[in-house]
Design a protein around this ligand. Structure first.
Ligand SMILES: *Cc1c(COP(=O)(O)O)cnc(C)c1O
Length: 398
């Protein structure tokens, strides 16, 4: 077992060696530009891109013509939301989204507010799920788009996309979903789920960084978006720029592997995750954040009261995890996702996100459980807050 142990697969995943192998020829001998129509170098590249498009389409149940390759999910989110807004803003200027979305969606919506869009940010319940009656109440005849993520990157909570789709379509709006954390991990089918636009990214599913895709529905209804990058008319005019052929080949291979291995892998990971969660929730004053039924199989978000997340991560040098306490941002605000769920600052600051992945082993999880237990105990022993808290509890009981 190699240290440190990687349990931050929601941030990014390791490239699967089989994906790397599929990509390598497209850096060397098969280096052609997929848009070069006049010689074999271009044809070879184009054929590889076509194949990857089919692999991606198969994973989410769409037609290959409905896949637009991008530089990642951030770009796909921007293209979907800005593209729909620019195309349909005369029909209506209202977009509904959720407070717990990824910044790629929230910041894009904020950007559109400056050009006249009206955005409703739905709140979530304590378990991270949206309230469908609240969604329905927010819809108006000016609503053109509903943007709700499939599975949350911090908590793993999976929204009821099918029900959300039914409400969205009842009001004649389009449903866009950022499915970056869900695609390849759980079954996602744009037909069965009634999704009109869907963003995902290769590097969250054992593919390379810097490549992703946007699904854009072509039938019932035919969705139109304005391009955000002009020049050359690649990707049916929706996203110009020379295609990242090795990246796209890797994305395709990653999609195929996820499709073939999903069922077994979801079972394996959820049982490892549950083992870890069951052990860690034995620790006094520990809490699971988010709905545990409607959740991605590989994610666990836990809070340990009176243990500061940042400090806990420092104390667990052999684990690579991420915390909902302020660390990535310059602010002292804890995770906006946990705060939107109504979790106190105190518990949000003490949260740790565990993201298991394809290369996680049982041995690693056993080791991680011990590391976390030791670190929580140690920090609590040093904590005056914990001391007064436990004394307080004792006093309350007696
Ligand atoms: C990682 C992530 C993104 C950003 O994807 P990139 O490909 O890194 O731009 C967007 N949304 C969600 C939910 C993510 O987890």
């Amino acid at each position: 077992m190699e240290l440190p142990i990687y349990l931050d697969n929601n941030a990014t995943t390791a490239l699967d060696p089989r994906v790397l192998e599929s990509m390598l020829p497209y850096f060397t001998t098969k280096f052609g530009n997929a848009a070069s129509r006049s010689h074999a170098f271009g044809w070879v590249a184009e054929e590889a891109v076509d194949y990857a498009r089919e692999q991606a389409a198969q994973l989410i149940g769409c037609n290959d013509k409905e896949i637009i390759f991008t530089s990642g999910a951030t770009e796909a989110d921007n293209l979907a939301i800005k593209g729909v807004y620019e195309m349909y803003h005369e029909k209506g200027n209202h977009i509904v989204t959720v407070a717990t979305e990824h910044k790629a969606v929230l910041d894009t919506c904020k950007h559109l507010e400056k050009s006249g869009a009206e955005i409703t940010y739905l709140s979530v319940k304590e378990d991270g799920l949206i309230d469908l009656t609240e969604l329905e109440a927010a819809m108006t005849e000016r609503t053109i788009l509903v943007a709700v993520m499939y599975g949350n990157n911090e908590t793993g909570v999976v929204q009821p996309i099918k029900e959300i789709s039914a409400i969205t379509h009842k009001f004649g709006a389009l449903l866009m979903t950022d499915a970056t954390q869900a695609v390849g991990k759980i079954p996602v089918d744009v037909q069965a789920d009634g999704i009109d636009l869907l963003a995902f990214s290769a590097h969250k599913m054992y593919g390379p960084k810097g490549v992703g895709a946007l699904y854009v529905r072509r039938k019932n209804p035919r969705v139109k978006i304005t391009a955000q990058l002009d020049g050359g008319g690649h990707e049916r005019g929706m996203r110009s720029g020379t295609l990242n052929v090795p990246g796209i080949v890797g994305l395709g291979k990653a999609c195929e592997l996820c499709r073939l291995e999903m069922d077994a892998e979801a079972k394996r990971l959820s049982s490892l995750r549950d083992k870890m969660e069951n052990a860690l929730t034995q620790i006094e004053e520990s809490y699971v954040n988010g709905n545990i039924q409607h959740r991605l199989p590989h994610v666990s978000n836990l809070s340990f009261r009176h243990v500061e997340g940042q400090g806990l991560m420092m104390a667990m040098k052999d684990l690579a995890v991420s915390s909902g306490s302020a660390c990535t941002s310059a602010s002292l605000e804890p995770s906006y996702v946990l705060k939107s769920m109504g979790i106190s600052d105190d518990l949000a600051h003490s949260s740790i996100r565990f993201g298991l992945g394809r290369f996680s082993t049982e041995e690693e999880i056993d080791f991680a459980i011990e590391e976390i237990r030791k670190a929580v105990d140690h920090l609590r022993e040093l904590s005056p807050l914990w001391e007064s808290f436990t004394k307080g509890t004792v006093q309350n009981i007696t």
